[in-house]
Design a binder for this molecule. Structure first.
Ligand code: HEC
Ligand code: HEC
Length: 156
């Protein structure tokens, strides 16, 4: 009789905890699917303004892909043409004044240096994105690693 009773109690406990978590989750997770009810037509939100002040932003950590500080509206980025490279490729940077794509963009997966941009770095916007002037949907608790008060190993 005893094992059965324990199984029922455990099942009940799992059910109650899951329900409790679901309750909290609906309160803290922001609503992403737009106004309710879902099938109705609502007013479209105002398009955000892109940040295009040409100020290169500090990276949040050393190997973060830097964000794009200029407009990229209408720049073709396809198999046939890459507008980004027409300014950011080594050969064109002197005239464009754009920072050169870094040395990692000329490396194959095995670390072999090549003359042209590596195919895995061709579609720039897979990693580099412009920023919009909007409030974050979820509050961020990110802390820069230099604020974490780390001490060099062996200093204590
Ligand atoms: C007309 C030339 C030109 C084109 C085209 C261009 N850029 Fe730029 N880019 C610049 C210049 C100049 C800067 C330096 C900051 C500034 O003046 O906006 C820059 C800055 C950047 C930076 C910031 C680098 C850093 O270290 O902070 C990124 C990332 C970037 N561009 C990505 C792109 C991508 C991706 C595209 C294509 C969608 C693109 N750029 C197209 C000229 C260009
Ligand atoms: C797979 C991700 C990825 C792709 C695709 C990519 N980048 Fe980057 N990019 C990075 C990362 C990560 C960094 C910073 C670390 C580094 O230099 O590797 C960076 C750095 C840069 C920088 C700053 C260089 C410097 O020395 O300050 C520029 C400019 C840049 N990328 C432009 C481009 C352009 C233009 C393209 C498209 C041709 C491109 N990137 C494609 C990940 C990527």
């Amino acid at each position: 009789m005893r094992p059965k009773w324990i199984a029922v109690a455990a099942g009940l406990l799992v059910f109650v905890t899951t329900a409790a978590i679901a309750q909290v989750a609906t309160q803290t997770v922001p609503q992403l699917e737009g106004p309710m009810p879902a099938m109705e037509t609502g007013a479209a939100a105002v398009l955000p303004k892109w940040v295009t002040d040409d100020q290169r932003k500090m990276r949040a950590y050393p190997d973060q892909p830097p964000i794009i500080p200029h407009s990229i509206d209408g720049y073709e980025l396809s198999v046939n043409a890459n507008r980004c490279l027409s300014c950011h490729k080594r050969e064109f940077t002197q005239d464009s004044g754009a920072p050169m794509i870094s040395v990692t963009h000329y490396m194959t997966r095995e670390g072999q240096m090549i003359a042209d941009v590596s195919p895995r770095r061709y579609f720039c916007t897979a990693c580099h994105v412009p920023q919009a002037d909007v409030q974050p949907l979820v509050p961020s608790t990110f802390k820069d690693m230099s604020e974490l008060g780390f001490k060099p190993a062996g200093s204590e």
